[in-house]
Design a protein around this ligand. Structure first.
Ligand code: PNS
Length: 162
């Protein structure tokens, strides 16, 4: 049986922390779907289609394995996407206790809804402070985001400042 997993998130924009988790997850599963989902609790910087393009470029540029697919989902529950593609596992990166508190209820609800399990990965400590919200803030105020995001994202945001 093929082991299929989904790494969901806002990816607004994708950071080096995300890329690290994606690379680790790709090594653990036969097929990995990186799924861009709108989070109504966050004000968006980039349109969903742009986030998908930047993820695809960043994954290619980093030479990550070819078992990774990037997609977006706006048709309902995250677990509906999992059922559609035959994924039984969600993968999330955990940087701190704050992430544990945020992710735990979602993991339990997703398991109750569709028996989809959540696996938490510990990212490289070098990325423990990196978040998309921090990147959005630094970019909006004209700061240097190159230490936190893939090259393609830094180039894109420099060309099209937000
Ligand atoms: O990167 P984020 O913003 O922390 O990702 C959160 C996201 C998009 C994964 C989360 O909001 C989500 O799972 N949304 C899908 C809607 C859903 O299925 N909700 C019910 C179960 S939590």
């Amino acid at each position: 049986m093929r082991r299929i997993a989904v790494v969901p998130g806002s990816f607004d924009p994708v950071t080096l922390g995300h890329l690290d988790v994606i690379e680790r997850a790709a090594g653990l599963f036969d097929e990995l779907h990186v799924l861009v989902v709108h989070n109504p609790d966050k004000s968006a910087l980039l349109p969903i289609s742009q986030r998908v393009s930047l993820l695809q470029l960043a994954i290619k540029d980093a030479g990550l394995p070819d078992n990774i697919t990037v997609a977006s989902w706006s048709m309902g529950l995250l677990v509906d996407y999992c059922l559609e593609v035959g994924a039984s596992v969600l993968v999330k990166g955990i940087r701190s206790q704050v992430d544990v508190a945020y992710e735990t209820p979602m993991a339990i609800v997703n398991r109750n809804l569709a028996s989809v399990e959540t696996v938490f990965l510990l990212p490289n400590p070098a990325n423990a402070h990196v978040s998309s919200s921090l990147v959005r803030q630094v970019a909006a105020l004209g700061g240097d985001i190159t230490p936190y995001v893939p090259r393609v994202v830094a180039e894109f945001l420099q060309k099209a400042p937000v």
